[in-house]
Design a protein around this ligand. Structure first.
Ligand code: ARG
Length: 602
């Protein structure tokens, strides 16, 4: 059997045709290699992709191809680099050798101008759709009914939504699925609590919190009074056995939770195509375990049914082994307990089957916290054993910390609810707007505050490397300077205000003439948008796009200081206005891919 993980590591690799500069340079290098080396070019050699230069003073892009290949063809790297430079078409970029044999490329101003001109007439701003669209299921948010939605769910919700937007924009078919935890052991306590202590009025008003209260209260009571837990368990067994009353209560819990969650998602402008929670797979679990037993993938162990390592991986990489006291010991995935109950892993296997069979998913991405790494590794490895392949990824992320560097909690030590975070963000953003624009009409103030507040939460999340922990800091995320949503929104407002001064009038000029360094820097960044968007999806790394948008906004401010726009004339004025127009379009579309709204004024 072959290794799925390796084979499908990059299903959605972006192979955009002629649009991006590094793609074109890479192709040119390939042709030059053939010219220079002819028959001696090793047939298994693939040209490494041209990358953005480390130090922009020496060039825009660079290639290390000469260093990679020189030894194999018996040349010295600088010599090979020189020959390649001579053989390359030089219309796109000027080339130069640096260090031990890097080739640096400096894109010619007229080429940057031509690309920027094209962008002015392209709604996609240069971003090609992928040539081979995939069907991608994105599994995100997925809170648990009657349990607190913790900060991990906040991260998942925001990152998952962005990946869905990016993938759709690039032309993939995306299915967003909210796999809520709607069938856990918590329902034993909820059912007992519903029948004995539930406050109906509270349930009407705030269902999510009311259910949470019930859960917390019963949980506490169970600790004080040991006769209670068996009663809760009995309620759970009745539910699992199909008891009508308990099923009705359970259904009601799910319904009110969904309504409550939807309200939150609406405020964040997030939608799901499906809400196939864990319970949707109940009927599939028993036959699935039987099949895995029959196929010899699972076996019985102490009355439970488990999947053990099949020895395919090195022990260090085997998700079914851990090292203890210098020895490798098995950690099987349990898929049926000795009492007949099924587990999280069983449901996830059934869910994966459903998605590959019914949705014909090529890729399934799970946006879930890093602590579940082992779980997903085991699930994906069981699929390998079953011969099921696809681009299955655990898009993991770290924790959100408070300023004290400990897990982010409320003052009273509770987990922070997403609704509270949204409310506080909007409240704080209202103050920012009040201060900046006291004369703005009230309803506009409210909508700007919402865009700024929600934008701030989202951008604070998305501008982080998702794998690292980050500190939740209200002042930082709402600051008007630094890499924050308000800074980018404010930059957008500044660009748009230029056009307000000339009554929105803008016609794309036929030709752009770039000469000032600040114009060139801005143009260079603008055309890079076409590279950054696909790269962001390839690695599921929203922070790449976030960092790019921040760079762009800064470059715009430097440009605006160095190059008068409205006071200039003729071609210069037309070019500068076009750069302004493109900056605002890229900022708006780029932030739109994060689900962040850009107000025209703030
Ligand atoms: N409900 C789970 C949790 O809160 C997350 C589910 C993620 N999706 C999945 N297919 N396992 O931890």
């Amino acid at each position: 059997m072959r290794n799925i993980a390796l084979e499908n590591a990059r299903v959605c690799v972006y192979k955009g045709g002629d649009m991006t500069i590094p793609n074109e340079l890479t192709e040119q290098l390939g042709r030059a290699l053939k010219t220079v080396l002819g028959e001696t070019l090793p047939s298994d050699f693939t040209v490494p992709a041209v990358s953005v230069a480390q130090d922009l003073r020496f060039g825009d892009y660079q290639s290390n191809v000469a260093m990679m290949l020189a030894k194999r063809v018996g040349m010295n790297p600088r010599e090979l680099a020189t020959k390649l430079m001579e053989a390359m078409e030089d219309s796109l970029a000027a080339t130069e050798i640096a260090g031990p044999g890097f080739i640096n490329f400096r894109i010619r101003p007229e080429c940057l101008a031509a690309r920027a001109e094209k962008m002015l007439h392209d709604d996609r701003l240069g971003v090609d759709k992928v040539q081979q669209p995939k069907t991608i299921v994105i599994d995100f948010s997925a809170p648990n009914v009657a349990k607190p939605m913790h900060v991990g769910h906040i991260r998942s919700t925001i990152i998952g939504d962005t990946l869905a937007r990016l993938a759709r924009f690039l032309g993939h078919t995306v299915i967003s699925d909210n796999h809520i935890g709607d069938w856990g052991t918590q329902f034993g306590m909820i059912l007992w609590g519903w029948k004995n202590i539930l406050n109906q009025e509270e349930l009407e008003k705030n269902p999510i919190d009311a259910l949470l209260d019930v859960y917390k209260t019963v949980n506490l009571k169970c600790k004080e009074d040991e006769t209670l837990l068996p009663l809760c368990k009995a309620e759970l067994v009745k539910l699992q056995g199909g008891d009508e009353e308990n099923l009705a209560i359970w259904n009601k819990c799910i319904a009110v939770t969904k309504t409550g969650l939807q309200k939150i998602y609406d405020q964040l402008d997030i939608r799901f195509d499906y809400w196939l929670g864990e319970s949707a797979y109940n009927d599939a679990l028993a036959p699935l375990v039987d099949k895995l037993l029959a196929d010899g993938i699972a076996r019985e162990s102490d009355g439970a049914v488990c999947v053990f390592s099949d020895g395919y991986h090195k022990p260090q990489e085997d998700p079914f082994l851990v090292q203890k006291d210098g020895e490798w010991v098995p950690v099987p995935a349990i898929i049926r307990k000795a009492d007949g109950g099924f587990l999280y892993a069983t449901t996830d296997l059934a869910t994966l089957d459903y998605r590959t069979e019914n949705f014909k998913a090529d890729a399934i991405w799970y946006v879930v916290g890093a602590p579940q790494e082992k779980h997903f590794k085991q699930i994906f490895d069981i699929e390998r054993m079953r011969g099921v392949s696809g681009d299955f990824r655990h898009v993991a992320f770290g924790s959100i910390l408070g300023k004290d560097r400990r897990p982010f909690k409320t003052r009273s030590g509770d987990t922070v609810s997403l609704q509270d975070v949204i409310d506080e963000a909007i409240e704080r953003a209202t103050k920012v707007v009040e201060e900046k624009s006291p004369d703005m009409p009230e309803d506009e103030k409210a909508s700007v505050a919402k865009a700024v507040g929600v934008g701030a939460i989202k951008f604070a999340e998305l501008s982080q490397n998702r794998l690292s922990d980050y500190i939740f800091d209200w002042d930082k995320m709402l600051a008007l300077t630094g890499d924050t949503a308000p800074y980018l929104q404010n930059s957008y407002v500044r660009v748009r205000s230029i056009f307000r001064k000339i009554d929105g009038e803008f016609t794309a000029p036929e030709k752009l003439t770039l000469s000032e360094p600040a114009e060139l820097t801005l143009a260079r960044l603008l055309v890079r948008y076409a590279e950054v968007v696909p790269a962001t999806l390839d690695d599921c790394k929203p922070n790449l796009l976030a960092a790019y948008l921040y760079e762009l906004a800064k470059a715009f401010h430097s440009f605006y200081e160095a190059c008068p726009v409205l006071r200039s004339e003729g071609d210069t004025r037309a070019t500068r206005l076009a750069l302004c127009e493109l900056t605002s379009r890229v900022l708006k579309q780029g932030m739109g891919l994060f689900g962040i709204t850009m107000p025209d004024r703030m």
